[in-house]
Design a protein around this ligand. Structure first.
Ligand code: HAM
Length: 415
């Protein structure tokens, strides 16, 4: 029988990669605390309607990429393709706005999109993200971007670019959309089949199509950034002012549109030069209309999300060499029980300890101690054990000496 395999587009997170994931997560936890974000977890599946109303019925994500299914009660459900709609739903459902007028929340978890898998693009992938709910002013937009840059820098992603844009609001977008539609109708025969379809449903998306033909056809297209209403233009220039105050590097790019329909005003993306085609490591923007689209009150909000796999890929290979264990307990057949007791008593005192379970030779156990990235090996020899002692071996230096069991914890602490 053929061994079963993971579903295409999904992947396992194995050691030592899992360690890097944990490291990234703990760095993020620290920065989120520094910026005052509280954690939120929402379900991995929600109603299809949430995403149709939230992300947008005409978006590629809802039209082509959602994993949908019906449960036993016949309810139409979807594995979440992104986190923002669920966070806003949870916020409205719990009435968080009645407790405090402004919230900063962050999350980390798997998302699901039926995209064509390739390096850096998966069908189950992890995102971490932030959402700030309740503030309309430009300061929080800029602060979130600065936080994103800080996380990327802390993770050692040198060559990154942040591009920012304004996609206008309900006042200025309709007139611009008509202008863009008129322009695109004139070049529609040069657009890719996807963009020909988008012409009627979502013409703005055509501007950030990666197809060469579409890029050429839209080179002279009008950009919304040149046709913003005065309040949107004012918001955008204030966001830039706050970015400058923090000395954050960015470029203005009128073609950043983003693949989710909820954005208004601020939209931004961070790309990494270390990745190939899937270079976007983080994206976000303002979504002042989302609460109302979900049946809630008007509520300004802004957020971003980043791909964990892409963060890990963009950082490149990092050698896993930090010690994981304080000691590996190596035993002889006569000292298996003594070693077992010793390991448990050291763990009870807070040490990280592993031991042999396979009845291996001493040589093989010491080799395993090295593989397990232990600082030391504790050899429980029958003679030494008879004297209430063990041999403590420093694996990096290759030195060893006999140590009374009573002094072992102290020695391990200072080794
Ligand atoms: P998004 O741009 O669709 O935004 O996704 C954010 C990030 O998730 C991307 O920059 C990328 O790193 C990662 N990502 C997306 N799709 C995949 C995939 N198939 N495989 C691997 N990584 C992927 C959002 O999801 C919005 N909810 C962000 C947001 C939060 N806007 C406001 N608040």
């Amino acid at each position: 029988m053929e061994p079963l395999k993971a579903i295409p587009g999904t992947h396992d997170i194995l050691p030592p990669d899992a360690e890097r994931w944990d490291k990234l997560r703990s760095q993020i936890e620290q920065l989120m605390a520094q910026y005052g974000y509280g954690r939120i977890e929402t379900p991995h599946f929600e109603s299809v309607e949430l995403f149709a109303r939230g992300v947008g019925a005409t978006s590629d994500i809802v039209q082509k990429e959602m994993y949908t299914f019906s449960d036993q009660g016949g309810r139409p459900l979807a594995l979440r393709p992104e986190g923002t709609a669920g966070v806003v739903r949870a916020y409205l459902e719990a009435g968080l706005d009645r407790q405090r007028p402004f919230w900063k929340l962050w999350y980390w978890g798997p998302m699901f999109r039926a995209e064509r898998p390739q390096k850096g693009r998966y069908r189950q992938f992890w995102q971490f993200g932030v959402e700030a709910l309740g503030a309309a002013g430009p300061q929080i937009d800029a602060e979130q971007m600065v936080l994103a840059l800080r996380i990327a820098a802390g993770w050692g992603l040198g060559a990154i670019t942040m591009k920012i844009n304004s996609v206008g609001d309900r006042d200025c977008r309709p007139a611009y959309r008509r202008m863009l539609h008129a322009f695109l109708t004139g070049v529609s025969d040069r657009l890719c089949p996807d963009c020909q379809r988008r012409l009627e449903t979502n013409p703005l998306r055509i501007l950030d199509c990666k197809e060469e033909a579409c890029r050429a056809a839209t080179a002279d297209a009008p950009l919304l950034i040149d046709h913003l209403c005065p309040p949107c233009a004012g918001h955008f220039s204030s966001v830039r002012e706050f970015l400058d105050l923090a000395e954050a590097p960015y470029e203005v790019d009128g073609r950043i549109v983003r693949g989710l329909d909820y954005y208004e005003r601020t939209a931004f993306e961070i790309t990494s030069a270390n990745l190939g085609a899937q270079s976007s490591i983080l994206g976000g923007g303002r979504y002042d209309g989302l609460s109302q689209a979900l049946g809630g009150p008007a509520m300004p909000a802004v957020g971003w999300a980043a791909g964990v796999e892409r963060f890990v890929l963009a950082a490149g290979e990092v050698k896993a060499d930090t010690p994981l264990l304080d000691a590996f307990v190596a035993t002889f057949p006569e000292t298996v029980r003594a070693g077992y007791q010793l390991a448990e008593s050291l763990r009870a005192r807070g040490f990280c300890i592993d031991i042999d379970y396979l009845g291996r030779s001493m040589k093989a156990q010491l080799k395993e101690a090295g593989r397990s990235r232990s600082r030391c090996a504790i050899v429980v020899g029958p003679d030494e054990w008879g004297r209430d002692a063990v041999v403590l071996r420093d694996l990096a230096r290759g030195t060893q000496e006999e140590v009374p069991v009573a002094q072992l914890a102290d020695r391990l602490r200072h080794e």
